[in-house]
Design a protein around this ligand. Sequence first.
Ligand code: AMP
Ligand code: MG
Length: 476
Amino acid sequence: MFNFDYSFLSLPKKFYSLTKPSLYKNSDMFISNDALFNELNLPINRKDELLNEVLSKKNHKQSYAQAYSGHQFGYFTKLGDGRAIIIGEHITSNKQRFDIQLKGGGRTIYSRNGDGKATLSSMLREYIISEAMHYLNIPTSRSLAIIKTNEQIFRENIHEGGVLVRVMKSHIRVGTFENAYYYGSINDLKALTKYTINRLFPEIKNNENPPLDLLNKVMNKQIDLVVNWMRVGFIHGVMNTDNTSLTGHSFDYGPCAFINIYNPYQTYSSIDHNNRYAFGNQKNILKWNLSRFAESLLPVIHENKEKAIKLAQNSIDKFSNIWEKKYYGMMLKKIGIGNNHKALFPLVDELLENMIKMNLDYTNTFTELNNDITKDKKITNNLDFIQWHKKWKKNINKFSSINEGKNLMRKNNPIFIPRNNLVEEAIEKAVDGNQNILQKLLQVTSNPYKYQNDMDEFMKPPEKHVDECYQTYCGT
Ligand code: AMP
Ligand code: MG
């Protein structure tokens, strides 16, 4: 079924460990993704074969778990795929390469005390959110299928087991480079840099300083990604360097969540006690993560350490300007203005301040503003807001037209996001055997920018007290 290659195995052995997935004899297909089968040129009429293909040991002579390290909540740790096994790199007919990974596929040499397994509900959560992200036009890992293993998984309670068939452009992450820097030789780091550039950024391979340009590329891709998260109200929740991909794709949907009421300090993760990964802190953490990436590249940027530091620092110093331009450019589009002149930035900040004061829902505020653009039916009677509204209208007329504004707003403001309460309800019912809500949720989130009749219940935020109590968990 797959057209596999194993280019990652050309790297020195310390970057991976050949590992076969566990055998799950009584497994069933729980859910599969027709659209993605098509995109990967996989035959939909042979979907049942996927079970055999992914779970039969004899098919996996070269499957592997990747080695990596990472700064988790600021602290450096040696990690590696403890419950994920790449069964191959699938090459599509138009020569695109994708890692096909089994998440929850069993123990590896990197499992430490973990069981190498995953619960059906946590894999379903990743399925729902990754696919929603894709349709929100955000680069992301994808979910091809979930296999129900019919095994018991022991956590704080007993759960059903699941294996996610995850598809990703590449699983190389900042932590892969940190691993090479801290535990490898200079030749290991050189080999990884060369492999990464050839596979992911071949356009820079003949530049004067390809490792430095790799840093710049990754910085730009990651800024685009996190700006996109800010656009749709997404909190990743565990922005450790091992979860920071070099291609700028979101992945590892553990304790992530979407915000309801706008609050830059919002976190939902049960272990993020200091709000390190809060919605509004994602920019700062990204810069911190990119600085760790820059550090790990120093020996290949220049053999003279001082020169290397100077070059890398020069790149990292550009972060704030790039961020500012991209972030405000995006936020201004959310309010229908295609110009990102500095003088317009306060218009964005003032709106966000008003939203905090009035406890407004992030997603629905922009939807209502889009309705407001032609009518004068303001979403609130608050005096500060009315003043802002006047200013906004004046700027729309100055910098765009009403039509252009509406168009920009429609493209940049989702109407449907996978709200936390709906995701939980869909998962709970689906694990109990009823996929109705799940299928409806997948339907609305696969067309998030378009109003869909009879789906208003999926636009409703949860009650404030419900949202305040909501918590997400890592590694379940
Ligand atoms: P994550 O928070 O999902 O990015 O995981 C952090 C690290 O813990 C990764 O190296 C995972 O492979 C590992 N890990 C998470 N859950 C398990 C598990 N059940 N068994 C083994 N390793 C795990
Ligand atoms: Mg991870």
